[in-house]
Design a protein around this ligand. Structure first.
Ligand code: KIV
Length: 364
């Protein structure tokens, strides 16, 4: 099958399942809102969140909602909830890969997460984090990485941490390359080496002024929004007031233009019977999904062990009694007498009204 035929088939299938709208190509999420040529338009511009949507929300003082996602199912959930921005954060290193910091995740790993999310989230603006080690050496390296996040990851924009002069130059170069950039100041987890750990920022005058100044510097080179992580509320309020672009707070209080939380944190997905692993104290848990997951797994294990799963309802595939009999005869011919008896025995058992018993039939 040629790629064109495959795409056409996928389009037909998608239209059949989405009631006529060709939403399936959201994976090519970096298609511009207004195409400048007369070619096919795959997406409904009314449905996509773009920088124009965000600007409008910001102008109207409508809070912007941001949540992280790392895979297809989390992206679909964000999409269904109508979250404005889906951030494929390097927090994946911690909440998905189990590392203690965000430092170990690689660009290739981030690209896998980005692609899965791009397949699942049709409407939010997709922002991919530049991982540690992929953009610090030079502006050229930063642009190359940002290009990969859009081209190979299907993202609409990138986020980078920090606002040192080199980082500001990198953000400027990326914007000039035509890629929308979200800045990130305050606690920048990729810099824990120099910050001395996951420490809140802006807690003294010099540090508070630095938060506002660095956010302004990122705005000046064209960032469309700036994340403020773990800073006191008055500092976040000052930055929000000083900036023309939206601020997105995390552990920064309510006086920001929007809020972001990590998917697993807000769902209580790492809930452990005795402790909620790595959930930061600023995070509100809107559910205890971890408890639900633990309970379901324990129940599944118990039912498998006691033989009550799978019962008749979850044993859906049938074979007629005459086929079972012929099948048993074939097995006999093959010298598999015990297997023949097992098939006949089970066929007889399931035709009786009593529930299926535990354990597996005798094997050859
Ligand atoms: O990686 C991430 O999830 C982030 C958010 C916490 C802002 O950078």
């Amino acid at each position: 099958m040629t790629p064109f035929v495959a795409i056409a088939r996928a389009a037909r299938k998608s239209r059949a399942t989405t009631g006529g709208s060709a939403l399936f190509l959201r994976c090519m999420s970096n298609i511009p809102e207004n195409t400048v040529y007369g070619g096919p338009k795959f997406q409904s511009p009314n449905q996509r969140v773009t920088l124009a949507t965000l600007r409008q929300k910001h102008r109207r003082r409508n809070p912007i909602t941001v949540v992280t996602a790392y895979d297809y199912p989390s992206a679909v959930h964000l999409d269904m909830a109508g979250i404005d921005i889906c951030l494929v954060g390097d927090s994946a290193a911690m909440v998905v890969h189990g590392h203690d910091t965000t430092l170990p995740i690689t660009l290739d790993e981030m690209l896998v997460h980005c692609r899965a999310v791009a397949r699942g989230a049709k409407t939010p603006l997709l922002v991919g984090d530049l991982p540690f080690g992929s953009y610090e050496s030079s502006s050229t390296q930063a642009v190359d990485t940002a290009v990969r996040i859009l081209k190979e990851g299907g993202m609409d924009a990138i986020k980078l941490e920090g606002a040192s002069p080199a980082r500001i130059s990198a953000a400027k170069a990326i914007v000039e390359a035509g890629i929308a950039v979200m800045g990130h100041v305050g606690l920048t987890p990729q810099a824990i080496s120099v910050l001395g750990g996951f420490k809140p920022q802006g807690k003294n005058v010099a540090s508070a002024v630095k938060v506002v100044e660095t956010a302004l510097a990122l705005q000046e080179v064209g960032c469309f929004a700036v994340v403020l992580e773990c800073v006191p509320a008055p500092v976040a309020a000052a930055a929000t007031s000083a900036l023309r672009v939206p601020t997105i707070g995390i552990g920064a209080g309510p006086f920001c233009s929007g809020q972001v939380l990590v998917y697993h944190d807000l769902l209580g997905m790492l809930q452990h019977p005795h402790h909620a692993k790595v959930t930061p104290k600023f995070c509100k848990q809107y559910a205890q999904v971890g408890d639900v997951v633990n309970k379901a797994l324990l129940e599944y294990k118990k039912e498998v062990i006691e033989g009550s799963f799978p019962g008749p309802v979850h044993t859906p595939y049938k074979i007629s009694p005459s086929d079972v009999s012929d099948f048993s005869k074939e097995l006999e011919k093959l010298g598999l007498g015990k297997a023949a008896s097992a098939a006949a025995e089970v066929a007889e058992k399931i035709n009786k009204p009593e529930p299926l018993g535990g354990g597996s039939p005798s094997s050859d």
